[in-house]
Every structure is written in C-alpha cells, then in structure tokens.
Design a protein around this ligand. Structure first.
Ligand SMILES: [Ca+2]
Ligand SMILES: [Ca+2]
Length: 145
C-alpha cells in the first residue's frame, strides 16, 4: 500500500524504519511490511522547518485453502462425502511474477504443502499468505479411478 501524502516541491522526506518500504526519501513510498509497523516520516521544508508524522501499517495474514477430493460424480463440485478428501497430494502456491501473467517463466513458487486430515476431514490444505497476486497449481494430482 502507498503511504504518505503527495510531495510538495522543495520538501525532503525521510521515512524510518526502512524495512518494508520501497524508498525512504520520497513522499509516498509503497509499504509492504511482514508485521505491523509504525513508520515515522520527517518532512523538511525548504526553509529548514521540520515536521514528523507516524503512519501505522497493519499486517494481516491471509490464508487460502481448499480440499483435494475424489470427484465421484465428475461435476467438478465438492458435493461428495467429506471422506472423499485425498491426503498426500502435493499442492503448490505460485506467484504470477512481475509480468502479472499466470503460467510464464517468471512465475515464482511461493509455498508448497501436502494435503492432510484437518478437523477430521482428509484432503485439506491451507497456505498462509500476505500477497494477493497468487495462483495455485497442483502438479502431481491424478484422478483416482
Ligand atoms: Ca462432485
Ligand atoms: Ca508470470
């Protein structure tokens, strides 16, 4: 997210701490911290006057998850019994990369996990994420006959 206010000509900007910021010397850096962080900005005007402000960026960890299951009736919908979940399937979570396009060479593997029984239901998987530009691939899934 972008923090700060639009630049005023002649002012200089100094953000602290630098962690998670795209730059510390611009009016409106992009902030992507991995924990809730309070940033202090010191603005120095052309006449030497300074002022400070604090911006707190709340970090909220999101999660995505689902179930890998045996689609008995072949309709693509999980309307089978919970016991049809399949454990032991490797599931990978990929970022679309800087080109913002799925399936190209700059895609980045973010996390992988293996489906397991959670709360008594087999075939479950879950990723903790903090980035919305993600996609899922299931490379070694084979339908059960
Ligand atoms: Ca089904
Ligand atoms: Ca890509």
């Amino acid at each position: 997210m972008v923090i700060g206010t639009p630049a005023i000509a002649g002012n200089t900007y100094n953000w602290s701490p630098a962690i998670g910021l795209s730059a510390t010397n611009i009016a409106q850096p992009s902030a992507n911290p991995t924990s809730t962080t309070s940033y202090t900005v010191t603005v120095t005007a052309a006449n030497g006057c300074t002022s400070t402000d604090v911006v707190t960026v709340n970090f909220r960890e999101g999660s995505v998850g689902n179930v890998v299951w045996n689609d008995v009736n072949g309709d693509g919908i999980f309307n089978e019994a919970a016991s049809e979940g399949i454990n032991g399937v490797n599931v990978e979570l990929w970022s679309v990369g800087t080109d913002n396009t799925q399936g190209t060479n700059d895609d980045v593997l973010v996390q992988s996990t293996v489906t397991s029984t959670q709360s008594g239901a087999p075939g479950q998987y879950n990723f903790k994420i903090c980035n919305s530009k993600l996609l899922c691939e299931i490379p070694n899934f084979h339908e059960r006959k």
